[in-house]
Design a protein around this ligand. Structure first.
Ligand code: FES
Ligand SMILES: [Fe+2]
Length: 357
């Protein structure tokens, strides 16, 4: 095994042991996008998700505050809530019917007298998780060890400070899953060298002749700045209050470990989240948000599906390629620099012990 300028070896994409280390050390120690503020606007509104392997519940309490909890019953460990919605006043575990308030505290226990020791409601609530909000995005840090969210996001909040992200309306939602390791999808989202070859008719026309520029953050973020040519700018109604550089560029932003944010000069924003299911299967959650109610969502959805399909085709090939006995990561183009940060951050967290790979 060799680590070529912070390139993960091929085995990192197929090793069960490496996957387990990611689940126990990478996802819990990171800030991971868990919900959109609009989904949890009213008391009782909740969103469930899984961060690494931690079932997570984000819920708006009856007092208006927002909380995040491990979505696991403290009795026998059943997952409690599923999907999204409004729980009214409480959550009920489907196994033995314990109920929990929207602040995570234990509310009721059926046939309570049957327990030898008295059940103390204040000691058996849901495990509370660290939660942070940036604009409309609710992040959760499962083990509580990440730096504060605003420093974790590095330069991103300032870069998008005029996009009006809080006021955007949800537009397109795509949920999918694909049989590849989650890092191949992240790698591909960070690989800025592939755009002309893989997306010649979808993305490339807007970029033709323009110089792409990568900005590498300190540890957890990186940014691709894509100045748009005239052709690319035409469909956009440039948002009025953007600073000059914001009004001329689309940004593709990576937030470690599994989030991509794309921000357009019309103020519109998309998020793309890659959630590992197992070592060779990954869920994909795409959300787009727009300022304009006149946007043609059907066209947008078709366009975005085309880009995703073009990428799926390639990442499936990469999954086959990492199984080769002979593959070693090759030289890196300047537009593959964001990949290096992603790999370096993973290696920093997990180390280079040969046993892992
Ligand atoms: S596991 Fe939840 S009530 Fe028993
Ligand atoms: Fe792509």
């Amino acid at each position: 095994m060799r680590f070529e300028r912070h390139s993960l070896p091929a085995s990192a994409y197929i090793s069960q042991r490496f996957f387990e280390a990611e689940m126990s050390r990478v996802f819990p120690s990171s800030w991971v996008l868990a919900a959109d503020l609009q989904e949890v606007a009213s008391p009782g509104d909740f969103v469930t998700t899984v961060i690494g392997q931690e079932p997570v519940l984000v819920v708006r309490d009856t007092d208006g505050s927002l909380g995040a909890f491990s979505n696991v019953c403290p009795h026998r460990g059943s997952v409690i809530a599923v999907g999204t919605g409004n729980c009214k006043m409480a959550f009920k575990c489907p196994y033995h019917g314990w109920t929990f308030n929207t602040d995570g505290s234990l509310r009721g226990v059926p046939n309570r007298k049957g327990f030898d020791n008295q059940i103390k409601n204040d000691q058996l609530g849901l495990h509370s998780l660290r939660l942070g909000v940036w604009e409309r995005f609710v992040f959760v840090n499962v083990d509580g060890s990440a730096p504060p969210l605003d420093s974790y996001l590095e330069d991103v909040p300032e870069l998008l400070d005029q996009h009006g992200i809080k006021d955007l309306a949800a537009a397109v939602r795509i949920d999918d899953a694909i049989d590849v390791n989650w890092k191949l999808l992240v790698d591909n989202a960070l690989d800025d060298y592939h755009l002309p070859e893989v997306h010649p008719n979808s993305l490339q026309p807007g970029l033709e002749g323009m110089k792409l520029q990568e900005y590498i953050g300190v540890r957890s973020t990186s940014i691709l700045c894509m100045p748009l040519n005239k052709l690319g700018l035409e469909p956009y109604q440039i948002r009025a209050n953007l600073r000059k550089e914001q009004s001329q560029s689309t940004y593709a932003i990576d937030v470690f470990p599994n989030l991509t944010i794309v921000a357009l000069p019309d103020g519109g924003v998309s998020t793309l989240r890659f959630d590992p299911i197992d070592v060779r299967r990954t869920a994909i959650q795409f959300r787009s948000y727009s300022h304009s109610s006149q946007n043609n969502e059907v066209d947008d959805e078709a366009f975005l599906s085309t880009i995703l399909k073009e990428d799926y085709e390639i990442v499936r090939r990469l999954q086959q390629g990492v199984l080769s006995q002979h593959f070693r990561p090759g030289p890196r183009h300047y537009l593959e620099g964001r990949l290096a940060l992603f790999h370096a951050s993973l290696i920093e967290l997990l180390g280079e012990e040969p046993d892992l790979y």
